[in-house]
Design a protein around this ligand. Structure first.
Ligand code: AMP
Length: 143
């Protein structure tokens, strides 16, 4: 299975944040959208960074509550690793394992066209393994 198939199933909408909003508003956006990270994009298409709940935990641990008044641009990761729609599930697992992150924005050219999280990958891996087990069971039953 590749990223196109994952996006076709889960939808291609991506929640984005602007870099000049404060961290408290970003916390509310993470909660409202029920996600663990948001792509930072000032124009809604190009990727300026990514802000994960881990960045906020790190900020609060280092700076205390005043961190919540800082801007998204102060805490986000700027060097964002992305993938394309033809990437496979095993490509995604390798990128996430190597980079130690759980989110991969999907790009077509320079434009943001989706996002895949580790949860999406685990869901597909479980479905694949269950399908393989079912195929083996029915092969054995008919042999
Ligand atoms: P995560 O595990 O995705 O919640 O994020 C862990 C750390 O990696 C945080 O500092 C994120 O800002 C950063 N991060 C998340 N996704 C990416 C990505 N695709 N490329 C680069 N950094 C990322």
């Amino acid at each position: 299975m590749n990223v196109s198939a994952i996006l076709a199933e889960k939808g291609a909408s991506v929640f984005t944040l602007k870099s000049n909003i404060n961290i408290m508003d970003a916390v509310r956006a993470l909660r409202e959208n029920k996600v663990g990270a948001l792509v930072v994009s000032d124009d809604g298409t190009s990727i300026d960074g990514i802000l994960s709940e881990r960045d906020i935990v790190r900020g609060v641990a280092e700076q205390g509550a005043p961190c919540l008044d800082r801007k998204v641009g102060d805490l986000m990761t700027r060097n964002v690793v992305t993938c394309t729609e033809d990437a496979t599930v095993s490509d995604l697992m390798e990128l996430m394992t190597q980079g130690r992150f759980r989110h991969l924005p999907v790009v077509r050219g320079d434009a943001l066209v989706g996002i895949v999280s580790i949860g999406d990958i685990v869901k597909r891996r479980i479905a694949d393994v269950e399908r393989e087990a079912e195929d083996i069971r029915s092969y054995i039953a008919t042999a």
